[in-house]
Design a protein around this ligand. Sequence first.
Ligand SMILES: [Zn+2]
Length: 360
Amino acid sequence: MNTRAICPFQPQNKADYLDLLRETVTWPGVREVQLNDEGMLDLYFQVGCYCDYCRGQFELLTGSPPPEALIDPDDQLWWRWMEFRMDSWTALHTELRAELKKLRPDVQVGIQHSVKWAGFAENPWRGGISLARDAQTLDMLATNPYPFRNFNVMPYRPHRRILTEGSRALAGVCLDTHFNMLPQAYMPSIKTTPMGRQDGLLAGLIPFAMGADTVTPYNYELMKIIPGFTEGFVDTLRLQPYFESGKPYFFSTAIQPHQSEVRGHPESKWGNSCLTQFSDVMFHTGMGWRWFWDQRLEDAADQLHGPLVMPDVHCLTEQQLDAVQQVARRGEGVLWIRQHAPRTLVWARRLSTTEPVRAG
Ligand SMILES: [Zn+2]
């Protein structure tokens, strides 16, 4: 597929996109604009946009057209292509936000991601999405487990755990960025498990307990025909003053090794097969814990507290490593679980020269 009419990076498409957004943001009562992630550009197993414009932009940057191979970790150009895609997404959303802020500075502009990325269903490079960069540059992030408790693509069992684990993951990357959760509030097909009052209670409790700022049931009208759901959800509103006055309790913090997954295991769904096992272990201990994205160790190090667990984290920058060492120096405890031998040379080859790295 050489052209893609909806490529959001092409100037004319971006201008059309902005026209619609400018019109929308000025509607009375709009408080948030959540851009969609449909353009994760992973279509028919071809990852990234290969339209003439995008190919030209990449060639301007590197002197070479983008690699055609879906994945080729031994090719430095493939890594440049992966980084280019992530940079392009962040730049686009940052630009859209800036334009909308000119019209409505009071409106929060962010993105609603598939819970695939917060739920460790796929290796993040495939989507060209960096949740941490989004959290650093946008006003808010949202994620939507609403369709996913019906599909095996999500690794958690029972399926409804995706509400908890998706919330936990997004909270771990947002930190101080506004975080909106959209729990499933409809029964779409015969594939869904029956829902009821318990699900309404969970929808109103779990995201706030994990650190969400707002909860938006998906979808409000359809939830009213699920017996007991709306009643359960509305009952939880009485607890909102308590959620507003406190912070989620976390006994321990686990570093989410995004970089280790992308750089060290690009050929597999490592997060799906390994990190979810770690979540399962914590789930069975019953211990209160949270994620903390490795990419936030630099700009949000002041929010990092032990005890700290490092589940096979093996790709950190020097500055990120310093943040971990600060926790150890304060005597708060660091437990580093390592299953993979250090592969410093591999990391060094795969990272750009401006991003020093040390293996765990
Ligand atoms: Zn394109």
